[in-house]
Design a protein. Structure first.
Length: 414
C-alpha cells in the first residue's frame, strides 16, 4: 500500500479527509440551524408524546400501553432509551424539538465519514470525496434529519458503519455490536443483517463467531427485557408494523394510478409486504455470498431495494437509500439525492408533508425510476469492483511493492 511509502500520497489522503470533515461539519450546522429554527412536522410532536409516555410507563412497558392521541409506538428499544434521555435533558432546559433532530443529524456526520472511507478503498480518492460531500449536502438527509426528526438516517449510518468495520477494518466483534445497535434504533436495517452474517461467514469461523458474539450480546441486553416482559405487544407494534396508509410513493402509488382493486392494495400492504422484504434479504444474501468484501455496497443496495419495493409512504423513508447509494457509486448517489432530494424538499416545503400535489407525485414516480436504475447498475458495479485495500501486515507496509499505484489513483470504477 503506497500510502505509507510516498509522503505526497499520504498528504493527498489527509487533505481529502480534511475536506470531508469540513463538509460534514458544515452539513451538520445547516441541519442544526433548521432544527433550532423550525418546529418540524407532526412527528416531532409524536416523539414528544412518546417521551412523555416513556417517562410514565418506562421504556419497556410503554409497548403494552394505549397512547391516546398518538400513533402506534413502533420504535425498537434503543429509541426508548434515547427518548428517556431527551426527557431528562428537556427538564434541564433543552428544547425537545431540537434534541429529537440531533441523533439523525449526527448520524449524517457519521455516514459522511464512513462513505468516504468505504469508497476511497474501492475507487479514486476524488470520487470518495464527492460521494462523502453528496451525503453531507444531500437534500433528502437535510430534510429528514434537520427538519423531520425521525431516526431513519441514524440507523442507516450505523448499518453502513457495521459493514465497513466488518469488511474493511476487520473488526467483526465491534461490527456485530454496531449492527445490533442499528436495528435497535430503527428496525428497517434488519433486511441487511442476514447479508452481514453471510459476509462474516465468508471471512472464516473466527470472524463469524466474533460478529455473532457482538451482535447477540448487545441485542440480548437491549431487546431481552422487552421480549421477556411484553413480547406480544412488541411483536404487534414493532415487528409487524406495516407503515402508514398514505399512497405517495412507489408500488402503492402505481397500483392506485392503475386503478387496481383495494383487495390487491391490501394484499401488497399485508402479506405481500413480507414478500418484498424477502426479496431484499435475498438480494443481500446473494451479493454478500458472491462479494463479501463489498459488504458496504451490499448494505446500500439492500436498503435501496427496500425503499424501491416499500408499500409504506413517508418522506422520511426516502433516507433509506440516500447515504447507501453514495457508498455504491458516484452517479448512483448523486442521481438519487438530486432527484429524490427535490421530492423531499417539495414535500417538506408544502403545507402538509403527507399531502402531495399531482406534479410532486409525478416527480416522485420519476425518482422511483431513477432509484431502480441506480440499483440495477449498482449491482453490476458491485460485482465487478476491485477488492478493497484492507489492513496489511507490518512487513507489507514497510516494504511496499514498487509497481503499486498510489491510493488516489486506485480503480476508476466511479
Amino acid at each position: 500500500m503506497t500510502l505509507f511509502a510516498r509522503p505526497w500520497a499520504r498528504g493527498n489522503l489527509a487533505k481529502a479527509r480534511a475536506a470531508v470533515l469540513a463538509a460534514a461539519v458544515l452539513g451538520l450546522l445547516v441541519r442544526l440551524f433548521i432544527a433550532a429554527s423550525s418546529p418540524g412536522p407532526a412527528d416531532v410532536r409524536f416523539f414528544h408524546g412518546f417521551a412523555g409516555a416513556i417517562e410514565k410507563y418506562g421504556p419497556v412497558r410503554v409497548y403494552a400501553q394505549d397512547l391516546p392521541g398518538l400513533p402506534v409506538y413502533n420504535h425498537p428499544p434503543a429509541t426508548g432509551l434515547m427518548l428517556a434521555a431527551m426527557t431528562w435533558a428537556e427538564q434541564l432546559g433543552a428544547s425537545f424539538a431540537f434534541l429529537i433532530r440531533l441523533p439523525a443529524s449526527l448520524g449524517d456526520v457519521l455516514a459522511c465519514v464512513v462513505v468516504f472511507e468505504i469508497v476511497r478503498r474501492r475507487a479514486r480518492l476524488r470520487s470518495a470525496v464527492l460521494c462523502a460531500v453528496a451525503v453531507a449536502a444531500s437534500p433528502v438527509l437535510i430534510g429528514v434529519s434537520g427538519y423531520h426528526g425521525n431516526t431513519d438516517p441514524a440507523a442507516v449510518a450505523l448499518a453502513l458503519l457495521a459493514a465497513h468495520l466488518l469488511a474493511d477494518r476487520r473488526l467483526p466483534l465491534v461490527a456485530g455490536v454496531v449492527a445490533a445497535l442499528a436495528i435497535s434504533v430503527k428496525l428497517v436495517p434488519i433486511v441487511v443483517v442476514p447479508a452481514l452474517f453471510v459476509a462474516a461467514l465468508r471471512g472464516g469461523r473466527p470472524t463469524l463467531l466474533r460478529f455473532t458474539a457482538g451482535f447477540g450480546g448487545l441485542l440480548a441486553a437491549l431487546w431481552g427485557p422487552v421480549l421477556l416482559t411484553v413480547p406480544m405487544a412488541f411483536k404487534e407494534n414493532v415487528l409487524a408494523y406495516e407503515g402508514g396508509g398514505y399512497r405517495l410513493w412507489g408500488l402503492i402509488r402505481f397500483m392506485d394510478w392503475l386503478g387496481l382493486p383495494e383487495s390487491a392494495i391490501g394484499f401488497a400492504r399485508g402479506d405481500g409486504h413480507f414478500l418484498s422484504v424477502l426479496a431484499c434479504v435475498a438480494l443481500g444474501l446473494w451479493l454478500a455470498w458472491r462479494r463479501p468484501d463489498q459488504a458496504p455496497a451490499v448494505v446500500g443496495l439492500t436498503m435501496a431495494l427496500l425503499l424501491l419495493l416499500s408499500t409504506a409512504s413517508g418522506a422520511q423513508y426516502l433516507a433509506w437509500a440516500a447515504a447507501g447509494l453514495c457508498a455504491v457509486g458516484l452517479w448512483q448517489g448523486l442521481a438519487f439525492n438530486a432527484v429524490v432530494g427535490a421530492v423531499a424538499w417539495w414535500a417538506y416545503a408544502g403545507p402538509n408533508a403527507v399531502v402531495w400535489p399531482d406534479p410532486l407525485l409525478w416527480l416522485a414516480a420519476f425518482g422511483w425510476l431513477v432509484l431502480a436504475a441506480a440499483i440495477a447498475d449498482g449491482v453490476r458495479t458491485t460485482l465487478r469492483t476491485a477488492a478493497p485495500e484492507g489492513p496489511r501486515p507490518a512487513a507489507a507496509i514497510t516494504a511496499p511493492r514498487a509497481e503499486a499505484a498510489p491510493e488516489s489513483a486506485a480503480s476508476p470504477t466511479n
